[in-house]
Design a protein around this ligand. Structure first.
Ligand code: AHM
Ligand code: MG
Length: 349
């Protein structure tokens, strides 16, 4: 009897320890663990991720109360460098990412979808050799209807002196990314990141105000049933993409999912498999998505999880940007599903 009670006690203690361990596996601790030591770089990247997490919490907080506050939803009346109408949430989220890095000594430059030129934080530049590239709100069209949204980020090291303030060193392939990931504002807020050592997901625990580890070393299935693209653009695609979509339509085992926010669509694909596409169109021959702060960071995440990302002609991570806001066609997801799309683009079947 005493033995049984002892056993029960131990089981209870073990499960308490496990629960506590899980609650204490915060994002910043996890980043440190990735580098197995407390090197200066590990400390910097951990602090940097902590700031990105703070940005995510601020954006999530505003989104969760958007319908209750004045001046959060709707358009500003401005048009951004991409020629797209700017929403108030785009501006807020863009400013949040700048604010969290002020006085941080971490990030000298930020470049985003919402800013024509990179933004410099001069007080950080003497020591902060990192650049943050980001899309503050991915899926802006979902903002006013309380649907899923995202933020996308990539961390790069500043190379050279950047004397003319043009940030030309950013015009380099995605293989130069040190880290990348996204925040998904859904029923819960999640942060998914890679530092080149696998892909890990975290969920925001609102009672703690911390991102707590959800899953480590996520692996994308080699094949999935989901295909995700805006079929309203059918008339605008190259014939090879249309042929692929016709193939999917007449083949058993495919299902369409497209939310209007690719962070959300690609997160589903990361977990369940499948393929997301945003090919070139008549109106936008290079597609809609931007290489440096949308396609390349997501490509890094998906490749680290064992998937692939391509323009249809070459791997996204090998594409060298010619300008900051360059667009690129994107086909991303499970290995076999990406290969299937490629075979239509390259061989017509
Ligand atoms: P955004 O960052 O301006 O919101 O644009 C990116 C978004 C993606 O999340 C989404 O997949 C795509 O644009 C939707 O575009 P479309 O309405 O053309 O299908
Ligand atoms: Mg975007």
């Amino acid at each position: 009897m005493a033995k049984a009670a002892e056993h029960q006690d131990k089981e209870h203690q073990d499960s308490t320890d496990k629960g506590l361990d899980r609650d204490c596996t915060t994002l910043s601790r996890h980043v440190l663990q990735q580098f197995q030591g407390f090197s200066a770089q590990a400390q910097d990247l951990s602090a940097l991720m902590n700031r990105i997490a703070l940005a995510g919490k601020l954006v999530a907080r505003r989104l969760s109360r958007a319908g209750l506050m004045e001046g959060v939803l709707g358009f500003t009346g401005e048009v951004n460098v991409q020629g797209e109408s700017v929403k108030k949430m785009d501006v807020y989220a863009n400013d949040v990412f700048i604010s969290v890095f002020k006085q941080s000594g971490l990030v000298c430059r930020l470049a985003s979808e919402e800013m024509d030129q990179p933004y410099y934080i001069p007080e950080n530049c003497p020591i902060g050799r990192y650049t943050l590239l980001y899309d503050p709100i991915d899926g802006s069209s979902n903002t006013d209807t309380n649907l899923s949204l995202g933020s996308i980020f990539a961390i790069r090291q500043q190379e050279g002196e950047d004397r003319d303030g043009q940030a030309k060193d950013l015009l380099a392939p995605g293989t130069k990314q040190i880290g990348a990931g996204y925040i998904l504002y859904g029923p819960s807020t999640m942060l998914v990141y890679t530092m080149g050592k696998g892909v890990h997901s975290f969920t925001l625990d609102p009672s703690l105000g911390e991102f707590i580890l959800t899953e480590e070393n996520i692996k994308i299935p080699d094949h999935g049933s989901v295909y995700s693209l805006n079929e309203g653009n059918f008339w605008q695609w190259e014939e090879s993409v249309r042929e692929y979509v016709r193939y999917v339509h007449r083949t058993e085992g495919y299902t369409a999912r497209y939310s209007g926010a690719m962070v959300s669509d690609i997160h589903r694909i990361l977990v369940q498999g499948g393929v997301f596409l945003y090919p070139g169109t008549v109106q936008k021959p290079e597609g809609k998505l931007r290489l440096l702060y949308e396609s390349a960071p997501l490509a890094y995440v998906i490749e680290q999880a064992g998937g692939r990302a391509t323009t249809g002609e070459m791997n996204i991570l090998d594409v060298v940007a010619e300008k900051l806001h360059q667009r690129t066609p994107l086909i991303i997801g499970s290995k076999e599903d990406v290969a299937k799309v490629e075979s239509f683009i390259q061989n017509g079947h």
